[in-house]
Write a protein of this length. Structure first.
Length: 123
């Protein structure tokens, strides 16, 4: 870890191998280091969902979030899936087929707010 870098303790739920690589790069650009929340409460939970496992992954993310924000990560922005994600308990929804601004905002807000803080903002 770089000296002076901020850390973000996250938990990834779902098919997250490729997403984790993207997240590490995105956080590095923000000057934030990813820390896996193993045995400690996460500051942010990412539910990497596909249409077939949608509710299962979001339910699992809600069970482990401990009150921390849950970000649903969709492969494509589809308003129907975005609405389902919010109904299933996501705090924020990010689609990987467009700008990653919502993902950056969610990560930055979690670092600033600390553990358990709610991430606010538009879809």
């Amino acid at each position: 870890m770089r000296t002076g870098a901020r850390r973000l303790r996250v938990m990834l739920v779902g098919d997250s191998e490729l997403f984790e690589e993207l997240l590490v790069d995105l956080l590095r650009d923000l000057g934030i280091e990813l820390e896996r929340a193993e045995g400690s409460p996460p500051e942010l939970v990412f539910a990497v969902v596909r249409e077939g496992d949608f509710f299962h992954v979001l339910a699992a993310a809600r069970r482990v979030c401990g009150g921390s924000p849950v970000v649903a990560v969709l492969p494509l922005r589809d308003e129907r899936l975005v609405e389902r994600a919010y109904l299933a308990g996501a705090t924020r929804v990010c689609a990987l087929d467009g700008p990653l601004d919502a993902l950056r905002l969610a990560c930055s807000a979690a670092v600033v707010s600390g553990a358990g803080a709610q991430v606010e903002g538009a879809r």
